[in-house]
Structures are given as structure tokens and as C-alpha cells.
Design a protein around this ligand. Structure first.
Ligand SMILES: *Cc1c(COP(=O)(O)O)cnc(C)c1O
Length: 402
């Protein structure tokens, strides 16, 4: 089955190449495309997914499967609650976090469509863009990243955090103004770029929306939910807590939870936009997969109130919280997503405990560790150091540290 698909895609693509390129180079592309299709595996959905009107045909393996679940002694939680954490920050090393799961389906679709390039969009420190850069290179695709930043020239871009990894992958980065909305500004730029690439190389580009949150990427967290089910999470926990950034993780988890009988109560803590935006996104996804009769508000609780000063802007209180959590529990949260959601969860457990259906919570760590390396933590860490005097000079081996 797999090899017949590979031949089919290879033949179609080589046929196109023969029309546009010289024989010699088309043979090279033909071989390359054939090699990429060997990454494709047929996607075998669980029975409860089969009722959806859309399911992807293929996936590729990128994420480390069965990320651990363990107890989490996060400080500040009222005694009656017990918190566990699902470590999707461990879906990989440089290819870590929640976006990898979505890319298993998105990049499979890209290869299936015979695309040689992928293009996506995000903030300058986007975890999603970095995951696309790394995963694309692993699969032999060329990554193009449209990044929103207030930088005025290429020399302002630097090498911090995720940008360092983008550079390590040789991703093409296109810097656009910081506050560019997706549909009116970024989508047309993606389409224009795909046109330019087509004119220059004859090759096609696969376009991935912000955060990879469409009906294909959705299956990343539908299959993650299947993993949760196999790990016994549906019996062991009452509530599932996660971060909401573009809504794909929320949509996948809450739709899968609905399809399997609503065992958990799902809570998405938003870090941008507002609750109406996310309910609309999930409602639209429900319609796209053939569940228009389901009301998004019945399957997920979107929690506003903890995005702080705005998307990707941190307050000192939030950064202090992140540092306190890593000191007390060895878990590194990131400043843009998981730090705000975990902070919100702790606040709600105290101020609003009836929001949760029980006292056994599972927090999904969605990754983002490289956001800690963008320079924003420096001030808080130096302040903590000066309070705790954790750095002591000990240059002379004959005297004690001072
Ligand atoms: C993108 C991202 C999220 C948000 O996930 P969505 O599916 O976009 O809502 C949460 N945490 C981290 C670390 C992310 O990079």
C-alpha cells in the first residue's frame, strides 16, 4: 500500500517536472520526491474519529510518542488539589512542544501534495516557526518563515532563542511589521511568496496558517488525546488544563474529549485575543469536521484574564512566578504561553475552585523552552541571584567560598 502510493506521487510529480524543466534536473527532483514519500505513513484513526467528515490520509513521525505524565509540585496550589503534568515539552529536543504533533499531519499533507517548500508565519520568537524549520529540514523540505517583528533591518534580528535554531536550519526568514493580522496581511504575503518560488524554481510551496491550527493540524491533538487515553488519563484525572494561543490544541483536545464521552473537563487559558475569538475558532473547526450541532462552549472552558499586558509581553510578576516554579519543581515554563497559563491555573484554583469539575488536574506542558533564551529572563534572574546570593566567588582554593 505504502509503496504504491510512493510510486503514484513520484510519477505525478515527475510528469509535472518534465513539462517545466530539463530532463536531467527533473530526474533529480523525481528521485528526491520519491525519497520524501517514504516518510509518509497511512494514518489509521481510532474508531471514534471515523465519524468525522474529514480525516487526513497520511502522517509522518516527528514527535517522540508517549510523553511522560508525572506529579507536579507546583507552588501556590490549595491543598485539596493534586496536579500532574503531561510533558509535551518532551516531544523532542530542538523539535519540541505542541507544534510538532500538528506538523506530523501538516507536513505529511505537504509531501502528499508534492510540495518541495513550506511557508508559515508567526512572531519573531515563534515556537511554531522554529518547529517548521527543524521538521522541514528533517523531511527534506525547504522552510520559509514570515516573521513579525519591530526590527527595521536584518542586522537587528540577532541570534536569540528560536531565531538561533531557525538560522541553524538555514530557514529563509522574511521580516514583516509586528502587528500584522493573519488574513488581511500575512496570508496574501504567503501566497505571493509561493508565486515567486514557483516562478523561480518551478516547485510548489505548502502554506501553513498561524500556529498550524487548521483542520489538518487539528489531528495532532486528536491523536495526542488518543495517547492520553492509552495512558489512563481519562480515569486518573477530572480536568485537563492547557494554553490557548491559536486554538488548535484546544480544538483537538476538546473535540476528542467530546467524541470519547466527555470524561474530562477541558480548560484553555488564553494568552492572546479573547474568549469569543477562541470559541468562534473552535466552532468553525467543529463545522469543518462535520459536528455543527455541537456548541464549542459546551465542550471547552476558555479562560480569559491571564494574558497580562498582551501577547508575548511579560510582567515582572509572571517572570517571578516562572522562576519560582523552576526553583520549587524543576519544571521550566515559557514566558509567552505555559507561564501565563500555569499562573492563571494557580490563581483560579484559589479564587474560583468551582470552575474545575474535580480536584485531580492534568496540566499539558506545550513546550516553548527556547523562549526562555530571548533575553527577557535576565533581569529577574539577576535580581533573584542578588537576593539569594546563589553565585559565590571561589577563586582561591585555600579559602572558603565568599
Ligand atoms: C503555540 C503554543 C501554544 C498554543 O497552542 P495553540 O494550539 O496555538 O493554541 C502553547 N504553548 C506553546 C509553548 C506554544 O508554542
Amino acid at each position: 500500500m505504502r509503496s504504491s502510493v510512493a510510486v503514484l506521487v513520484g510519477t505525478q510529480t515527475s510528469h509535472l517536472c518534465f513539462q517545466t524543466l530539463k530532463l536531467e534536473s527533473s530526474q533529480i527532483i523525481y528521485r528526491r520526491v520519491q525519497k520524501m514519500t517514504t516518510f509518509l505513513e497511512p494514518y489509521d484513526p481510532p474508531s471514534w474519529v471515523k465519524e468525522l467528515k474529514f480525516t487526513p490520509k497520511f502522517r509522518v513521525q516527528l514527535a517522540q510518542p508517549n510523553t511522560p505524565i508525572h506529579k507536579w509540585n507546583i507552588p501556590g496550589v490549595p491543598e485539596r488539589f493534586s496536579i500532574h503534568i503531561k510533558r509535551d515539552d518532551m516531544t523532542g529536543g530542538t523539535l519540541s512542544g505542541n507544534k510538532v504533533r500538528k506538523l506530523e499531519f501538516l507536513l505529511a499533507d505537504a509531501i502528499d501534495q508534492g510540495c518541495k517548500h513550506v511557508c508559515t508565519v508567526g512572531g519573531i520568537q515563534s515556537n511554531h516557526c522554529r518547529a517548521v524549520a527543524v521538521a522541514a529540514r528533517q523531511l527534506g523540505l525547504v522552510p520559509h518563515l514570515i516573521l513579525c517583528s519591530s526590527a527595521k533591518s536584518a542586522s537587528d534580528i540577532g541570534c536569540d532563542g528560536n531565531v538561533l535554531l531557525n538560522r541553524m536550519c538555514g530557514a529563509d526568514m522574511y521580516v514583516v511589521p509586528r502587528a500584522s493580522p493573519y488574513l488581511p496581511e500575512l496570508r496574501p504575503r504567503q501566497e505571493r511568496l509561493a508565486q515567486i518560488i514557483k516562478q523561480q524554481t518551478g516547485e510548489s510551496t505548502y502554506l501553513i496558517p498561524v500556529g498550524g491550527s487548521n483542520k489538518v493540524g487539528l489531528f495532532g491533538y486528536i491523536s495526542a488525546f488518543q495517547e492520553l487515553q492509552a495512558q489512563g488519563a481519562l480515569e486518573k484525572f477530572d480536568d485537563l488544563v492547557f494554553t490557548c494561543g491559536s486554538g488548535g490544541t484546544a480544538a483537538g483536545l476538546s473535540i476528542a474529549n467530546y467524541l470519547t464521552g466527555n470524561s474530562l473537563r477541558c480548560h484553555g487559558f488564553l494568552v492572546c485575543d479573547d474568549d469569543v475569538y477562541f470559541y468562534d475558532h473552535i466552532q468553525q473547526t467543529l463545522e469543518e469536521v462535520g459536528l455543527p450541532h455541537v456548541n464549542a462552549r459546551d465542550i471547552v472552558d476558555i479562560v480569559p484574564g491571564y494574558k497580562g499586558k498582551g501577547y508575548s509581553i511579560s510582567t515582572e510578576e509572571e517572570l517571578d512566578f516562572i522562576t519560582n516554579v523552576s526553583i520549587k519543581s524543576g519544571i521550566m515554563l515559557d514566558p509567552t504561553y505555559t507561564g501565563k497559563a500555569a499562573y492563571g491555573m494557580v490563581q483560579e484554583l484559589t479564587a474560583n475552585p468551582q470552575r474545575f469539575s474535580g480536584d485531580r488536574l492534568l496540566f499539558l506542558h506545550t513546550g516553548g523552552v527556547f523562549g526562555l533564551f530571548d533575553g527577557r529572563m535576565d533581569g529577574v534572574l539577576k535580581k533573584t541571584d542578588s537576593e539569594t546570593e546563589s553565585i559565590k566567588m571561589w577563586l582561591n582554593k585555600t579559602s572558603d567560598p565568599s
